[in-house]
Design a protein around this ligand. Structure first.
Ligand code: MV4
Length: 447
């Protein structure tokens, strides 16, 4: 590839442009009218306005993006995360234009992006699953039979959903039929298909995900886990690698499970295999993400591997730049997502940044779209920066993060910086005793 169009905005567009520049590849940014002054549009070699602020009419509009590809003469597209990154149709259109889509093959986006299909593949290759339906639940009667076998609580999930959207937890038999019908309805309006499946509900699990990377020569490697248990309404808040709850034995088993699944389909790109880890140490397959993730950074910090460069090189037909046997895990990394939001209501808080200071020093990395005088637009998600620390131990990474949070200054808008400072000082976080219900529990306690 000589020139790549970055079909995204914000911190990930900046991250991808940096990787492309290191590889000696020219960069094309696209932006909406609301993003004229965005950092990604400023630092790219070329920048093209593709539409109005609404994502539907800009970053999500395939004809607008493909027009920019044609105008610029780009021979590759990097989709980042969100937007069109897991749209198989977009990947197919790129291929039809003889443009390299920097991601997996369209059929893998499609099959692994469907939770029922992905679950079926996991079952075929013997990856652990929670007890549940074989495929889509076809009727209320079938659901009632399943509930007798699985027991309560159980969870109904949309086949086409993802990232926690389109799920219903059912605690009592009396609610089963009603919530099933609600789930189908929401799945249809939210994802275009009413198909749902069902699983036993796992209480207070950890969200652990394995980073995988495969090239087009059949080499597939896992790069260990990330612990993304600290979430609020399915939005991750803090991520870390390694997980305080994952032993070498669990890591090896989970890594092998992720690779078995990926090998079975012949996966070629970056990917993430999500698991739930329960309090007994058992883990269960959840879903596969076929894109680069917001939290890829903590894996980069502990492995020293530039995942975005690997992803680009793989798509360009190169083998992995490292050997599986040379992968080493070094120390600990933590990421705090800095959002433009009200610290009390968590509502987005766009506006002009009137004073900005970036933390630095040993073991600190900041992946950001912000600068002094930048106006955070109201049209997109509220993530403005990712603060990432690295240390020899979890404690050192934690102390560095606390120190960096105290240095960071973002005036003019509200942010969750002080929220992170409080969270990192709780006994639960300090001891590594995190789980997906932690933020709710802390909110109830008023801490
Ligand atoms: C679950 C679960 C418990 N049991 N499935 C959410 C995101 C998606 N990847 C899967 N998710 C979950 N699936 C079963 N069978 C718990 C979650 C979950 C979660 C649920 C409620 C509130 C917060 C959560 C955070 C992470 C995962």
């Amino acid at each position: 590839m000589r020139k790549v169009l970055v079909a995204n905005r914000g911190e990930i567009a900046v991250r991808v442009i940096r990787a492309l520049r290191e590889l000696g590849i020219k960069t094309v940014a696209i932006h909406s009218t609301a993003d004229r002054d965005s950092l990604h549009a400023k630092i790219a070699d070329e920048s093209i306005c593709i539409g109005p602020p609404s994502s539907l009419e800009s970053y999500l509009k395939i004809p607008a993006v493909m027009s920019a590809v044609e105008v610029s003469g780009a021979d590759g597209i990097h989709p980042g995360y969100g937007f069109l990154s897991e749209n198989a149709e977009f990947a197919r259109i790129a291929a039809a234009y003889k443009v390299t889509f920097i991601g997996p093959r369209p059929e893998h986006i499609e099959s692994l992006g469907n939770k029922v299909k992905a679950r079926d593949i996991a079952k075929q290759v013997g990856v652990p699953l929670l007890p549940g339906s074989d495929g889509v639940v076809q009727s209320v009667d079938e659901l009632k039979d399943l509930a007798k076998r699985i027991g309560f609580p159980l969870i109904i999930k949309a086949a086409a959903g993802g990232g926690g959207r389109g799920m219903k937890v059912v605690s009592r038999e009396e609610d089963l039929e009603r919530l099933y019908l609600v789930a189908r309805n929401e799945a249809l309006t939210g994802f275009g298909s009413p198909d749902c499946f069902v699983e036993r509900y796992c209480q207070k699990p950890r969200h652990i995900e394995i980073q995988i990377v495969g090239d087009r020569f059949g080499t597939l490697v896992h790069l260990g886990e990330r612990d993304c248990s600290v979430q609020r309404r399915h939005q991750k808040v803090v991520e870390e690698a390694p997980s305080p709850a994952v032993s070498p034995v669990i890591r090896q088993k989970m890594g092998e499970a992720a690779l078995k699944l990926a090998r079975h389909v012949g996966y070629e790109s970056l990917g993430t295999v999500e698991f739930l880890l329960d309090q007994s140490g058992a883990f269960y397959f959840m879903e596969v993400n076929t894109r680069v993730q917001v939290e890829h950074t903590v894996t980069e910090e502990v492995t020293g591997i530039d995942l975005v460069k690997e992803q680009i090189r793989i798509a360009d037909g190169h083998p992995l730049s490292f050997k599986a046997e040379d992968v080493r895990f070094n120390g600990h990394s933590i990421q705090c997502r800095i959002n433009a939001e009200d610290p009390n209501s968590f509502a987005p808080w766009p506006g002009k940044i009137t004073a900005y200071h970036e933390p630095g020093g040993p073991g600190i990395r900041l992946d950001s779209m912000a600068y002094d005088g930048y106006t955070v637009p109201p049209h997109y998600d509220s993530l403005v920066a990712k603060l990432i620390s690295h240390g020899r131990t979890r404690d050192e990474a934690l102390q560095r993060m606390k120190r960096a949070l105290s240095e960071m200054k973002v005036d003019g808008i509200r942010t969750n910086i002080a929220f992170h400072e409080r969270l990192l000082a709780t006994p639960e976080f300090m001891s590594g005793a995190t789980h997906t219900g932690l933020l709710e529990e802390l909110a109830k306690k008023g801490s």
